[in-house]
Design a binder for this molecule. Structure first.
Ligand code: ADP
Ligand code: MG
Length: 585
């Protein structure tokens, strides 16, 4: 006889184990949940200790508000939370991911010890709970705050345990989760240890930049570009890596929404679009953004683990963000331009200037007044860095301190750094952006050639020339078919630096078909090909005026840091770097 299935209520342990499957995937999910609870409890310092990749033991200690004895018992019940009282709270963004099931889930699949004490209480509470069953509740002494120890994760679910990776891999996942949390809350101190070794000791930082310096070191933090904006209920503040430094591989784009790491498709798309034409395909810039969103402009997807924020008007937010990121990228160019200019002006102060003596007497040298007068400083007796004066424009002479070395690099002092530009990459960036602007705006000035150039194209190239005819015209090329495979070039863009010749134009047309660019839009393809083939090459000697022209135009572009292939256009050698190289530190 066949047995009829009866409907039965699943017991709590089974329910919690099922829920745990969603919430608790691996040690890093436990760490994330525990640390977020500590943050919610208003902690200022959180210590996380990991053993055996977190599979053996995870211990999170905080100095937050702690729990009463009743709460210490209740917190392990499913749907026990102090954070959502009413349904409306669910729609407030501050309730992102609060479902009151983390502790219940963790307790269902591990051996948990909780030790907690409220701020004003005379005694605290210890609770042992294992596989969902409470084993002990007792009074215990503790300074205000909470400690949660999670041992033997998945001890009662061998199959789940079998899916865990090696200890090293799990540990890496834990540190990645902690890295995101540490970025999201610069003001909170984090200590992370594994097998008694300290991985991080991060004191509370006053700014996000300070926190990034703590995590990555000053060298890597130094080149980051600031982002700050306030658009339609979204406050955004953070740092992005210049595109020239983007490397293929894992993306480190940390976005915190209201103090918690979160995902936002709009922010990601805006980043991709803003950096288009600036990073190599497959490469990513590092991004660290803190955002605050007004609950009214978002739809919060309360998925237990994937915290994602969706805006009610995604298009508008995206466009505003693209502008914000673009601005962040061009600001550095503008600042550099200003500093380059100031350097030049200061450098040309006449040694007999009376203000020199004043400056020397005053003896005080502000950081931003220190300049590296290179190379003239080495041959003159005075030290411009001790000067205090207001730069006067008329002091500028034609002696611009640009140097070209190896007929490839342009060197210029800037503030107290040295900047080394790659002339080809710089010119490529300039031509790329100038072409892109022409394609979407005013038609370029065409320079009519007195003697049209004659080029022979094969069938493939001819097809390209025809397909791109309109765009090429917009940019300033006038190409006319002249027989089967012959074309006449009647005009070229007026400001093309190189002498136009047949071979060059043929290469530009060939380049339209470059497989590397084939996934990109027509505009990108044409701009890339022109940039790539008509930019000055390495090995070409440049005079001062040409160097200045390239650098000035570069610094006026939207993404001055990299060429359209994503290679850097310049390297900045800072005093810190020099100190390091000369072993002064
Ligand atoms: P949720 O965080 O979604 O509310 P949890 O299961 O993670 O659910 O936690 C349940 C409750 O336990 C929290 O709402 C909070 O009141 C309390 N709690 C958990 N961890 C801590 C802690 N470190 N300090 C103080 N209270 C805590
Ligand atoms: Mg929680």
């Amino acid at each position: 006889m066949t047995s009829m299935a009866h409907i039965t209520r699943l017991d709590d342990l089974v329910v919690n184990q099922i829920a745990a499957g969603e919430v608790i995937e691996r040690p890093s999910s436990v760490v994330k949940e525990l640390v977020e609870n500590s943050l919610d409890a208003g902690s200022t310092r959180i210590t996380v200790e990991i053993e055996g990749g977190g599979i053996q033991r995870i211990r999170v200690t905080d100095d937050g508000m702690g729990m009463s004895r009743d709460d210490a018992i209740l917190c392990f019940e499913r749907h026990a939370t102090s954070k959502i009282a009413r349904t409306e709270d669910l729609f407030a963004v501050s309730s992102l991911g609060f479902r009151g099931e983390a502790l219940a889930s963790i307790a269902a699949v591990a051996r948990v010890e909780l030790l907690t004490c409220e701020q004003q209480a005379s005694i605290g509470t210890r609770v042992y709970i294992s596989g969902g069953a409470t084993e002990l509740v007792e009074d215990a002494a503790r300074a205000p705050g909470t400690t949660v120890v999670v041992r033997n994760l998945f001890f009662n679910l061998p199959v789940r345990k079998g899916f865990l990776r090696s200890r090293q891999t799990e540990l890496r996942s834990v540190t990645e989760a902690l890295f995101r949390l540490a970025v999201a809350r610069p003001g909170v101190g984090f200590v992370t240890k594994t097998e008694k070794r300290t991985i991080w000791n991060l004191p509370p930082a006053s700014t996000l930049k300070d926190r990034i310096v703590q995590l990555l070191g000053p060298e890597r933090a130094e080149s980051l570009l600031p982002v700050r904006a306030s658009v339609q209920g979204l406050e955004i503040e953070g740092w992005v890596q210049p595109p020239g430094e983007a490397r293929p591989g894992k993306r480190q784009q940390i976005i915190a929404v209201n103090g918690r790491p979160a995902e936002s498709p709009e922010i990601r798309t805006a980043l991709t679009v803003a950096f288009q034409g600036g990073v190599m395909p497959g490469a990513h810039v590092h991004v660290y953004l803190l955002t605050n969103v007004d609950p009214r402009v978002v739809d919060v997807n309360v998925h237990p683990t994937k915290r994602e924020v969706r805006f009610k008007d995604p298009g508008a937010i995206r466009d505003a963000l693209i502008h914000t990121f673009r601005d962040a990228l061009s600001v550095r160019g503008a600042n550099m331009q200003r500093s380059l200019h100031e350097t030049r002006i200061r450098d040309t102060v006449h040694p007999g200037d009376s203000r020199l003596a004043e400056g020397k007497r005053s003896g005080s040298v502000r950081e931003e007044d220190q300049i590296w007068a290179f190379p003239r400083d080495s041959i003159k007796h005075f030290q411009p860095k001790h000067l205090h004066h207001h730069p006067r424009i008329e002091l500028e002479t034609s002696e611009v301190p640009f140097l070209q070395i190896a007929a490839t690099y342009i060197i210029a002092p800037m503030g107290d750094s040295i900047v080394i530009f790659d002339q080809h990459a710089c010119h490529e960036r300039v031509l790329y952006e100038e072409t892109m602007k022409r394609l979407s705006g005013v038609r370029a000035m065409a320079q009519q050639l007195l003697f049209p150039l004659h080029v022979e194209l094969n069938a493939r190239e001819a097809a390209m020339a025809d397909e791109f005819e309109r765009e090429m015209k917009q940019v300033g090329f006038e190409i006319r078919r002249f027989g089967e495979t012959s074309y006449l070039i009647e005009a070229v863009p007026a400001d093309m630096m190189n002498e136009p010749d047949e071979a060059l134009i043929k290469r530009v047309i060939e380049g339209l078909d470059d497989p590397e660019w084939s996934a990109l839009s027509k505009h990108h393809r044409i701009a890339s090909s022109i940039a790539c083939h008509s930019a000055i090459r390495a090995g070409e000697h440049l005079n001062q005026e040409q160097m200045r022209d390239i650098i000035d135009r570069l610094l006026a572009t939207d993404i001055p840091h990299s060429c359209p292939h994503g290679r850097p256009t310049f390297i900045q050698v800072t005093p810190t770097e020099l100190e390091r190289r000369f072993k002064r530190t």
